[in-house]
Design a protein around this ligand. Structure first.
Ligand SMILES: C[S@@+](CC[C@H](N)C(=O)[O-])C[C@H]1O[C@@H](n2cnc3c(N)ncnc32)[C@H](O)[C@@H]1O
Length: 303
């Protein structure tokens, strides 16, 4: 792949990282002297999970959702906001609630939200549609939701296309279930032809840093076209994050590279504030990971 124009530069960068990470001294040398230069040109970064290797994608998605499961604070800001949004929707909706997650990965957020809603005796049909183009995701989800599916709490299915008729069919099928999890195994931007406000709520976690600046703007446009409320969680660029990842992921090189390259691509708080747009609000968190929550509310834009 070194000679592939789409991946060559990123492959060389990953190989360079793994060579440096063989020894602590060369790794810290790389982190101190090389990483700042890479950040200045961060568009060239692709993580191992962005390269077309489903086996690595699976390992990385499972490890990320494993961390999100063992450290629930990693998703806490968006989990709370999402549950609040779902409870609000339940009060006003007559038909199943349909929410959409871009770049859903292992859907650990949805698993945690479903457990919490069961605990709160939430009794209204919800369809969680997760969009992700990775070939590794169907397997990851089958394992993740096996127990909830076998208990009859969740209905899980994978589709490769979602049009207006498919959405109507999903709602009809979901009416008799409490929780449906639907993986739409395709590119998020394939949804651009759906009508305005097709979903009750849209959210995404740890996705934005995977996108180019142009895709990032397109994603905001797409999300605000498809719904009235968007919630985004991603990590924030911060030096302590590099130190913590280096300590805790040192024994897992694939995870270490994913964490370090993600942090190098993340926005800083200053950059996020500079991008503030009408209707969006920003909150930042630092316990125990440095992350931000961006929320868009069409009602605020119109108001
Ligand atoms: C770092 S993972 C985050 C997974 C999950 N949201 C989480 O927080 O655990 C990013 C995911 O976004 C997916 N992704 C990136 N760009 C995408 C796109 N344009 N369309 C669909 N999925 C995309 C990748 O395949 C990957 O699974």
């Amino acid at each position: 792949m070194r000679s592939d124009p789409n991946y060559g530069e990123a492959v060389a960068l990953n190989v360079e990282f793994f060579k440096a990470a063989r020894f602590p001294v060369s790794y810290f040398g790389w982190l101190i002297f090389r990483a700042p230069r890479i950040r200045r040109n961060r568009a060239q970064i692709l993580e191992l999970g962005d390269l077309p290797f489903p086996r690595w994608q699976k390992a990385i998605l499972e490890t990320l959702s494993g961390f999100e499961s063992r450290i629930p604070q990693m998703l806490q800001p968006i989990r709370q906001e999402l549950i609040r949004g779902l409870e609000g929707l339940m009060k006003i909706k007559k038909e199943p609630i349909v929410v959409l997650s871009f770049g859903c990965g292992g859907m650990e957020l949805e698993r945690q939200v479903i457990y919490e809603l069961v605990r709160r005796r939430f009794n209204f049909p919800i369809i969680f549609v997760g969009v992700d183009y990775s070939a590794a995701v169907p397997d990851v989800l089958a394992t993740k939701f096996a127990s909830l599916v076998s208990k009859g709490i969740v209905q899980l299915k994978t589709i490769s296309h979602l049009g207006v008729d498919d959405l109507r069919r999903l709602k009809n099928e979901a009416a008799s279930h409490r929780f449906s999890v639907v993986l739409l195994n395709t590119n998020a931007f394939d949804l651009k032809d759906l009508p305005e406000n097709s979903f009750n709520l849209i959210y995404h976690t740890r996705l934005r840093h995977h996108l180019t600046a142009e895709e990032s703007n397109q994603l905001d446009e797409l999300a605000t076209h498809l719904t009235t409320k968007v919630i985004e969680l991603d990590d924030l660029f911060s030096i302590p994050a590099f130190v913590l990842a280096s300590i805790f992921a040192w024994r897992f090189p694939a995870v270490l590279s994913g964490a370090i390259f993600s942090y190098l691509r993340d926005f800083s708080k200053k950059e996020l504030l500079a991008q503030e747009a009408n209707g969006w609000t920003l909150a930042t968190f630092s316990n125990p990971v440095w992350c931000h929550l961006r929320v868009y509310d069409k009602a605020v834009t119109k108001g």
